[in-house]
Design a protein around this ligand. Structure first.
Ligand code: PMP
Length: 358
């Protein structure tokens, strides 16, 4: 068996111990005589899995009791419609800060259901920074502010929560959930597709403050209604059962490692090592500078497309895969989620040093 270092932006690397545990339990989960994939979502044994997954989420993220944790399907992209349908219910005005493709997509979808005001944007510099905002910039009567905490494609992240007063903040944490400590109580809603930091594709996690639930628009499809999923504890219909189970294993792995506080330290060390190398390299250049640098997705370029191509191809042959940058940016990108071992970064840096010297 030859495992590679997988720098994919998602679906992405999972902890090896999680995959081995899933393998061990594949044919017979906990003496049930069947795989988790084969179980009824209404069985007692599965109920324990989904309940424990939620309990671990609450513990690891310190989620207050007045928040619901929902396990949904449809990817983060479905939330771009579900959020305005459920939350844009008073003024039907939404504020948004433009930080890249994922806020552009959220904006386009929200416009179908609400008036969208782009408060600030970093489009002027190809989204290489997080725009500064102050309280006066925001609409007084917006139903919520939408932000993307970590911008997977451009490699930026927030370090401070925008000051919007009482307006609920909706934050896309798809590519950074569980990577650093955050105060959930400062957000109205947090959502994330699972396929980067929490498990396989197919599961979307929504953490939503209870008072924001139940005020959906009349036209909201049943499957997009938070009240329906909350009332049914994510079992209104068949949830993505196996993805939830793998998510439970990932959360157990994270807990054993010391939780979010510990993984944040590791993530900071990993990112710092890579940025330090990029800042000192004469060949490879980072595209983001200063404090907005992402801990999870690090884009870089050589400035020469031929050399970029040669690098990606030689890196792949050496077992460092999926380093090609997003098609909209070019160059390279190393996605270094929680499950990417520190050694993977150090080995990649050595490989890049050798390539540079050559
Ligand atoms: N938001 C962010 C920040 C993302 O990185 C992605 C996926 N790359 C999405 C939303 C869309 O997620 P999905 O494919 O689950 O719809």
């Amino acid at each position: 068996m030859n495992r590679v270092y997988n720098f994919s932006s998602g679906p992405a690397v999972l902890p090896e111990s999680v995959l081995l545990k899933a393998q061990k339990e594949m044919l017979d989960y906990n003496e049930s005589g069947m795989s988790v994939m084969e179980m009824s979502h209404r069985s007692k044994v599965y109920d324990e899995i989904i309940k424990e997954t939620e309990r671990l989420f609450r513990e690891l993220m310190n989620i207050p009791s007045n928040y619901k944790v929902l396990f949904l399907q449809g990817g983060a992209s479905t939330q771009f419609a579900a959020i305005p349908l459920n939350l844009a219910n008073k003024s039907r005005k939404i504020d948004i800060i433009g930080t890249g493709m994922w806020t552009n997509k959220a904006e386009a979808e929200a416009k179908i259901y609400a008036d969208v005001n782009v408060v600030a944007s970093s489009a002027d510099k190809t989204f290489t920074y997080i725009p500064e905002t102050k309280r006066e910039d925001f609409s007084k009567d917006a139903d919520y502010l939408h932000i993307c905490w970590n911008n997977t494609i451009y490699g930026t992240k927030y370090n401070e929560i925008p000051d919007v007063g009482d307006t609920p903040i909706v934050a896309d944490f798809s590519s950074c959930i569980l990577s650093e400590e955050i105060d959930v109580s400062k957000f109205g809603l947090i959502f994330a597709g699972a396929q980067k930091n929490i498990g396989p594709a197919g599961l979307t996690v929504v953490i939503v403050r209870e008072d924001l639930i139940g005020k959906h628009r009349d036209i909201t499809p049943t499957m997009l209604r938070y009240d329906i999923h909350a009332k049914n504890e994510s079992l209104y219909n068949t949830p993505p059962t196996y993805s939830i189970y793998i998510c439970k294993l990932v959360l157990e792995w994270l807990k054993d490692l010391g939780g979010v506080k510990e993984i944040e330290k590791i993530n900071r060390r990993k990112a710092q090592a890579f940025y330090d190398y990029l800042d000192s390299s004469k060949l490879f250049k980072p595209t983001v500078f200063g404090r907005d640098r992402s801990l999870m997705n690090i884009p870089f370029v050589t400035g020469n497309e031929e050399i970029d191509k040669k690098f990606v191809s030689e890196a792949t042959a050496a077992g460092f895969v999926n380093l090609k940058g997003h098609r909209s940016v070019g160059g390279m990108r190393a996605s270094i989620y929680n499950a990417m071992p520190e050694q993977g970064i150090l080995d990649l840096i050595s490989f890049m040093e050798k390539f540079e010297n050559k």
